[in-house]
Design a protein around this ligand. Structure first.
Ligand SMILES: Nc1ncnc2c1ncn2[C@@H]1O[C@H](COP(=O)(O)OS(=O)(=O)O)[C@@H](OP(=O)(O)O)[C@H]1O
Ligand SMILES: Nc1ncnc2c1ncn2[C@@H]1O[C@H](COP(=O)(O)OP(=O)(O)O)[C@@H](O)[C@H]1O
Length: 315
């Protein structure tokens, strides 16, 4: 759907399974952050989803649509015609017996998670129309890195640069979203996963709105980031790894959290006694070394150049 992606520059990082969540890192240790140039890997947005509504006058829907597919929506994929499926949890359900409610007996509802009997409602104004209006393409710029690596700074610098060029973006910062939508979540692996999942879903909506959505959160687990990638067409998920050594982040320590973590006053702090899995297959790596870190402006330019080269800043 979107312009071709450039080769992803990160690969060869430590095996994800070996670094699985809950496998707490040894104090002070991180997964390998050695990076080499990787090739393009085309991922179909598994998130591509389903059009579940079949109007009364239309042919009957096919077979049961898998729950995983039902969880996401790809309006480009039509559901072929076939006999009505039997009601199965997590699947489409042919709604109602033949004549129970006139006019709606041929609608197909689905069960997604705990939501039963739900229907996808299509609007005539879609992403294409919104993108035309904004003269840009909706996408998700996902910035991952340690606490103190400069994620928020970079996110804001990218937003500023885009704004100055007349493009609409929105920053979803982990810290900020935890002030509202995600204030019920802590920092255990499951809570982080839910934090990331929700931000991924919100980012998907913003991208569908036609915005350049910049998500900046630690998102330490590869599998969680990958699940967010799968929510949108693969070329419109741009993962940016802020590869900043732990010692640099710790020296910055703008909130004093590393100090508290080292003192054992914060448990499960990423990079200290909780793992960080560096991306193995991301679009952009921003490398910062001790005493040699690019300025936020030049980092932002790297990201904006990618967006430009890949056709996101036009429609
Ligand atoms: N245990 C622990 N580990 C890591 N970070 C912690 C922790 N406790 C609080 N904080 C503060 O929360 C910010 C990270 O929130 P995120 O939503 O980005 O985290 S995550 O993606 O769910 O892992 C993070 O903000 P940033 O420094 O901006 O990354 C910290 O300030
Ligand atoms: N490129 C950079 N060079 C030098 N210092 C930076 C850079 N980016 C961010 N900083 C500083 O590092 C600290 C952490 O930045 P921040 O954006 O809050 O990181 P994060 O959101 O990853 O926790 C801040 O004091 C910020 O001013």
């Amino acid at each position: 759907m979107l312009a071709k992606a450039l080769p992803r520059p990160c690969s060869g990082a430590a095996d994800g399974d070996a670094l699985r969540r809950r496998a707490a890192a040894a104090p002070g240790s991180l997964g390998s952050v050695g990076l080499t140039t990787g090739g393009v890997k085309t991922r179909r947005g598994g998130g591509a989803g389903v059009k579940l509504v079949v109007a009364a006058a239309r042919p009957r829907p096919t077979s049961v649509v898998p729950a995983a597919a039902a969880a996401a929506r790809d309006r480009t994929e039509a559901v072929p015609a076939a006999p009505a499926p039997a009601p199965v949890d997590g699947k489409n359900v042919f709604n109602g017996s033949a004549s129970a409610v006139p006019g709606i007996n041929k609608l197909v509802t689905s069960t997604v998670g705990k939501s039963t009997n739900i229907l996808w409602h299509e609007c005539p104004i879609g992403q294409t129309e919104r993108q035309k209006l904004l003269n840009q393409k909706g996408c998700v710029v996902w910035i991952t890195g340690l606490s103190g690596s400069g994620k928020s700074t970079l996110a804001c610098a990218v937003a500023r640069e885009l704004h100055s060029r007349g493009h609409l973006s929105y920053v979803l910062d982990g810290d900020n979203v935890r002030h509202g939508l995600n204030k019920d979540l802590g920092f255990k692996a499951d809570d982080r996963a839910e934090n990331i999942r929700r931000i991924g879903e919100v980012a998907k909506l913003f991208a569908d709105a036609g915005l350049i959505c910049i998500a900046s959160l630690i998102s330490p687990y590869r599998s969680d980031r990958s699940a967010c990638r799968d929510l949108v067409p693969s070329s419109s998920f741009i993962e940016v790894f802020l590869n900043v050594p732990l010692e640099v982040c710790e020296a910055r320590d703008p909130k004093g959290l590393y100090k508290l973590a080292r003192a054992g006053k914060i448990k499960g702090f990423t990079g200290i006694d909780d793992p960080y899995e560096p991306p193995s297959d991301c679009e952009i790596v921003i490398q910062c070394r001790v005493e040699d870190c690019p300025s936020p402006k030049s980092m932002a330019e790297q990201v904006v150049s990618y967006l430009e080269a890949n056709g996101f800043l036009q429609n």
